[in-house]
Design a protein around this ligand. Structure first.
Ligand SMILES: Cc1cc2nc3c(=O)[nH]c(=O)nc-3n(C[C@H](O)[C@H](O)[C@H](O)COP(=O)(O)O)c2cc1C
Length: 339
């Protein structure tokens, strides 16, 4: 399956694994890229040294194109420069004003890195196109993790297509299988950016309890909220309704500062140097495999796509299944409808 997105990224299949901070590291990105998609390393809150090391690890694991994600509110000084020097195939920006990054976009492109901008509205997509990006990721309200806009994927994708002309676009939010990929192609996207399904893959760095919870989860259990605000206030996100969320709801959804168990420990994050830093309930950091102790108080980010996540598979297998299923939907089901 060849589209404007696979062409601009130099990949075989128009499937991107989302850059998920803490969860999508080199191992996951490389597995997706090796299968012909584009894996993305989530660089959120990494310092330039850690980012360089992760990019080099991915480069050792695959010879195919992979990307990195730059989460703008967490950009450490020197991080963009490090990415420019390391020259990954692509960089995806999220959560900022495209116009403020014109210079960074130009320098990344000059270094040979394709630049994508994840946006939550047609207006933002238009601004990103104007700032010179190579492609758009349009994220609907159904998405897991932090959610930029308020329009669902089904309505957003055609609106963004009308706003950006021929610029390549991936759709994000609510897509977990080949039916979703075929659907967003029909809506005017050139591929899909998928988070939740890959968070539950073998190579994801999500905590085993989090992966299992994703497999059991249903769309109706997700909630769009600003609850997990420690480290990133006032930023809407979609998470699973864990016992901690239910406790907060039973308490009448009190504001930050007076919620049940405020400040209670929620695991310890193991640093690269071997030391451990405590996390507290309502932290923005999701349960990763390198978080020790009780992780129940952390954010179980999940999109409405979670209903379609039924087993923990190798990421390459997920890419292959999604593409094969999309091809079958298009060639058999959809083509047979036209006489
Ligand atoms: C666990 C998790 C962490 C995420 N972290 C980031 C991030 O660091 N940067 C980013 O641009 N998007 C992040 N996202 C959002 C994804 O880029 C994407 O929009 C979303 O996963 C698409 O919806 P889906 O989960 O239904 O596939 C995250 C999503 C999840 C599920």
């Amino acid at each position: 399956m060849r589209t404007a997105l696979s062409d601009v990224l130099g990949i075989e299949h128009p499937v991107i694994s989302a850059g998920m901070g803490v969860v999508a590291m080199a191992r996951l990105a490389a597995a997706v890229s090796d299968a012909g998609g584009m894996g993305t390393i989530g660089l959120a809150a990494m310092d330039p040294g850690a980012a360089r090391a992760e990019i080099r690890t991915a480069g050792d694991l695959t010879s195919r194109p992979f990307g990195v994600n730059l989460l703008i509110p967490f950009l450490e000084p020197g991080l963009i420069e490090a990415v420019i020097e390391e020259r990954p195939a692509a960089a995806t920006f999220f959560w900022g004003e495209p116009d403020d990054f014109r210079d960074a976009i130009r320098r990344l492109k000059d270094a040979g890195t394709r630049v994508l901008w994840q946006c939550g509205s047609a207006e933002e997509a238009r601004a990103a196109a104007k700032a010179g990006v190579d492609a758009i990721i349009a994220q609907g309200l159904d998405a897991g993790g932090h959610v930029r806009g308020i329009v669902t994927t089904l309505a957003l994708i055609p609106e963004v297509r009308d706003a950006i002309g021929d610029l390549p676009m991936a759709a994000a939010g609510g897509i977990a299988d080949g039916r979703g990929l075929a659907a967003v192609l029909a809506l005017g996207a050139d591929g899909a950016a998928i988070g939740t399904r890959f968070a539950a893959s073998v190579e994801s760095a999500a905590h085993p309890l989090y992966k299992e919870r994703l497999v059991r989860g249903h769309a109706s259990e997700t909630i769009h909220t600003t609850l997990y605000d420690i480290g990133w206030p006032d930023a809407a996100h979609r998470v699973l309704r864990t016992p901690v969320v239910e406790e907060w709801e039973r308490a009448g959804r009190p504001a930050s500062g007076s919620r049940p168990g405020e400040g209670a420990p929620a695991g310890r994050i193991r640093r690269r140097d071997g030391s451990a830093a405590p996390l507290t309930r309502y932290s923005v950091i999701p349960p990763a495999e390198y978080i020790e102790g009780d992780v129940e108080g952390l954010a179980y980010y999940a999109g409405e796509s979670v209903s379609l996540v039924r087993e923990i598979l190798p990421a390459g297998e997920i890419v292959r299944r999604i593409v094969a299923e999309a091809e079958e939907v298009i060639a058999k089901r959809l083509a047979s409808l036209v006489r």
